[in-house]
Design a protein around this ligand. Structure first.
Ligand SMILES: N[C@@H](CCC(=O)N[C@@H](CS)C(=O)NCC(=O)O)C(=O)O
Length: 209
């Protein structure tokens, strides 16, 4: 087996989370290189596009979270072999990446400007994307987004919806997803119970081997 090193922030979430869950599901040995924000600032010059996540395979560095999670998803049987189902899956990954960019644009704003930008986000892109993603879930059959089984699209939705449900972003109400796209919130609750997801978070408990 090749030597893997995955570099991302030392957080349980964000663009690195799908790959970490999938690496665990694949039973792959890998160096989990968790950077503090200070370490990221020091090391970013050595990272492609000066960003995380990065993934190294036998010392060769790769970037782009969705490309990495597709590679690892194939290792873990969490990526469809069928071309159309893979397209279903990729469309979801791309939509969540778009949504992430719209949210990130509001970072750094403060006070009324932040409030206004977040309200625009709720009324605009957030509603558009979440309602469309809910339709993509229905297209996949309602339980999963693609392949009639768990894929990295479900994991990406789970991670992103979880952060919205946590209500950690100012002016984004914790019940927003449930009010605008309840099927996505229910999907999140189901995926949280998927065996590989439960096993991954169990492995993150202190004292776990
Ligand atoms: N399209 C890239 C985006 C990478 C990205 O923006 N990563 C963020 C962390 S989630 C980052 O490194 N931000 C720090 C910065 O750009 O200064 C991907 O999907 O990996």
């Amino acid at each position: 087996m090749a030597e893997f090193k995955f570099t991302y922030f030392d957080i349980d979430g964000g663009r690195g989370e799908v790959t970490r869950i999938a690496l665990h599901a694949a039973g792959a040995e890998f160096q989990d290189n968790r950077l503090s924000f200070a370490e990221f600032s020091e090391q970013r010059g050595a990272l492609r596009f000066n960003a995380v996540p990065t993934f190294e395979i036998d010392g060769e560095q790769f970037s782009q979270s969705d490309a990495i999670s597709r590679y690892v998803g194939r290792l873990a049987n969490l990526y469809p072999a069928d071309r159309l189902q893979a397209l279903y899956c990729d469309e979801v990954l791309g939509a969540y990446e778009d949504l992430t960019h719209f949210v990130v644009r509001t970072f750094g704003l403060e006070g009324d400007r932040l409030k206004e930008a977040r309200q625009q986000l709720l009324d605009g892109k957030m509603t558009v994307y979440l309602t469309a993603l809910e339709k993509l879930l229905a297209r996949g059959g309602g339980e999963y987004f693609a392949d009639q089984q768990l894929t990295i699209a479900d994991l990406r939705s789970f991670v992103q919806v979880r952060s919205l449900l946590a209500g950690v972003l100012d002016h984004i109400p914790a019940d927003f997803v449930r009010s605008v796209a309840p099927e996505l919130a229910d999907h999140h609750d189901r995926i949280a119970q998927a065996a590989c997801v439960v096993a991954y978070y169990r492995s993150r408990q202190p004292g776990s081997p």
